[in-house]
Design a protein around this ligand. Sequence first.
Ligand code: NI
Ligand code: MN
Length: 229
Amino acid sequence: MYYSIQFLWHASLLIHFWGKKLLVDPFISPNPLTKWIIDVWDITCDYILITHAHGDHIADVEFFAEKNGATIISNFEIGNYYEKKWCKVHKMNHGGKYNFDFWIVKYVNAIHTSIFPDGTYWGNPGGFVIYNNEKSLYIAWDTALTYDMKLIPMTCPKLDIAVLPIGDNFTMWYEDACIASDFVECQKILWYHYDTFPPITINAQEVQKYFSEKWKKLFLPEIWEILEI
Ligand code: NI
Ligand code: MN
């Protein structure tokens, strides 16, 4: 079975997992870095995973929910919001997991905030662990470094890859992300949440050097690049 992550920049991923396409936090059409490179009509998905309700994570959710009839997987409050817009939803909450037929999604803690652009509060943000008995991946999403990450290797299968934010300012920066990779016991890391806005600009060479000195394998994909896992 084919397992891969396609990087759609910032916090947007298209994951192939056990024959399904999982689109994570779509923010493509309004993103100045992607809107001339990626045509949203070229993307299809079966599920849309939403970690929290900030604009840089949900901009294209309704477009894909309508175009592909995709089911939204998120927390209870975000699920309620999209259910009122006639989207198909699967609501979860922190610490819970659900078996979607040969692949399991667990909604895990993240330390961040979550509010829709209209100003209403929509539950606590989270990350996801997606796994079956072949592959396991962790999407931390917008979060600080937190001791809760240590629970992941205690409660989920050994990770094949961890997707961690490194941009600083809104999330942890790379030195904290390096500690996070120790907490989740995964030395293979895909970066995200950097360079999209001025406060989260990084020096890629400096980060690469820091991680390689600690014997960690880092992936810094181009927009639209596919990484097999
Ligand atoms: Ni955010
Ligand atoms: Mn964000």
